[in-house]
Design a protein. Sequence first.
Length: 157
Amino acid sequence: MQPVTKYITISAVVGALYAALTILLAPISYGPMQVRVAEAMTVLPYILPQAIPGLYIGCMVANIWGGFGPIDIFGGSAITLAAAVFTHSLKRFPRLWWLAPLPPVVLNALGVGYYLHLLTDTPVLISMGWVALGQAIACFGLGLPLLYVLLKRNIVF
């Protein structure tokens, strides 16, 4: 497979999986208190740069489906994109692979937590705390074991 075709294919698969998981698990994927299981895939940019655009597009599609409107569609997706780029940048520090879930947890807690506070009238620290907890469950609880297995088995695309 040609390198560009391979890149686009992996990106599309990651995006489709992210959107599908988020939409299928909609009752727990949206709102001030959420656990987006698909956020476990936000560790993938550590080993797969192709996952960066996939996560961005997948998040955008998921937020079009059931988010809080334009701020969620564009703002939430931009936060996911920034987190994916930061996660990928951690690749320069191989011994810190276990920190790969940290950028999505922190950026979503701050960014998404803040705008959910504005949209739902939830106190800002409570909103950020709920988002951080949901992100930690998805990213550290599910994503970190996923990354460990991929690294242990030397699975790269």
